[in-house]
Design a protein around this ligand. Structure first.
Ligand code: 5AD
Ligand code: FES
Length: 348
């Protein structure tokens, strides 16, 4: 790949649409691009890797996204919900293992009203005042986001999935609108959350132009966290027959993201580790600086199945952390016990 493109991206943090497309279509992930991204990541975050304890607390979902294994039309999904006490027990275990961020993720489950979810968040913050709580529970009203923020939630993850409205319409039923999703993200930001967004790589019908639009949307939003992972088909969804996204494209985009958003918190995702057994290690080496081990009770792990063959569904939390620690160190980084807030320019 043209050295000068990588240099320009490193120096200015931006490229023209055509130049971005050139990297997306013809760039290789494991060369100068990766080295430039790793250099940038070390400038801002050194060798530190932040861990987030992921608690998948409900797989009920009222939505019907075509790609997702827990979509409401999937009658074969076995549904579960954790109680507030069960969620707290996961946090307790996680705190002992060194986690200072808990990510509560679930489908869009109307059972978890504002009242109930606020009580869960407040309970966690009360017992673990030194920890950040991240929510990842989809689209809600601004008022609901406000209440959850008042209850103590610090961060929110809501991938935009794809910034192109026509592409959005191919991945989602008409009841879901790309405008509302974007509005949610700006609402969250204005309420003072640290916000994460992102998209799937290699989702059905995705074009290089779509990916450029994703990068442009992220520039507009300027999120603190950016999560991307390969699309992986799930046998019980309308997209069962589609090819998976690749690790190579995901890694290339992680490097591009690191160079465009030097301070962003970028996870090496479970989906990346699912398409390639060393995907998460490669993701870190490509510029990612976060890993999100699963803290859900082992008995429900397999049920939170957004895509086929998800890794880490049989391991206890402690095993996952030990395994990840070794993996992180194998590529020259180290896991730290820290909330891992975004590093803003003034702190450097
Ligand atoms: N493959 C990969 N990622 C998926 N997600 C949902 N379904 C899939 C799939 N089949 C991602 C979406 C969502 C996040 C929680 O998981 O991007 O925002
Ligand atoms: Fe879960 Fe390796 S990280 S088993």
């Amino acid at each position: 790949m043209a050295r000068d493109l990588i240099e320009k991206l490193s120096l200015t943090g931006d490229l023209s649409d055509g130049e971005l497309r050139e990297i997306i279509e013809n760039g290789s992930y494991d060369g100068d691009l990766r080295l430039a991204a790793d250099g940038k990541r070390r400038e801002v975050y050194g060798d530190e890797v932040f861990i987030r304890g992921l608690i998948e607390f409900t797989n009920f979902c009222k939505n019907d996204c075509f790609y997702c294994g827990i979509r409401r039309s999937n009658g074969r999904a076995v549904r579960y919900r954790l109680t507030g006490d069960e969620i707290l027990a996961c946090c307790r275990e996680g705190h002992g293992l060194g986690f200072r961020t808990f990510v509560l993720q679930g489908g869009e489950d109307p059972y978890f009203t504002d009242e109930l979810l606020c009580a869960v968040v407040a309970g966690i913050k009360e017992e673990f005042p030194d920890c950040a709580v991240t929510l990842s529970v989809g689209e809600r009203s601004r008022d609901s986001y406000r209440r959850l923020r008042d209850a103590g939630a610090d961060r929110y993850l809501l991938r935009h999935e794809t910034a192109d409205p026509a592409h959005y319409g191919k991945l989602h039923p008409a009841s879901l609108s790309p405008d509302n999703r974007k509005k949610c993200l700006f609402d969250l930001k204005s309420l003072g959350y640290q916000v994460g967004s992102g998209f799937m790589v290699g989702s059905p019908y995705q074009t290089p132009e779509n990916i450029v639009a994703d990068l442009r949307f992220l520039q507009e939003l300027d999120p603190d966290m950016i999560g991307i992972g390969p699309f992986i088909s799930h046998a019980d969804t309308p997209f069962a027959g589609f090819a998976n996204g690749t690790a190579a494209m995901t890694l290339k985009l992680i490097s591009v993201l690191r160079l465009m958003f030097p301070r962003a918190l970028i996870p090496a995702t479970t989906a990346l580790g699912t398409v390639d057994p060393r995907g998460r290690e490669k993701g870190l080496a490509a510029g990612a600086n976060v890993v999100m081990p699963n803290l859900s009770p082992v008995r429900v792990r397999k049920l939170y199945e957004l895509y086929d063959n998800k890794i880490c569904t049989g391991e206890e939390s402690a095993q996952c952390v030990a395994c990840l620690r070794t993996r992180v160190e194998s590529v020259g980084y180290r896991i730290v016990t820290d909330r891992g807030d975004v590093r803003r320019a003034t702190q450097l």
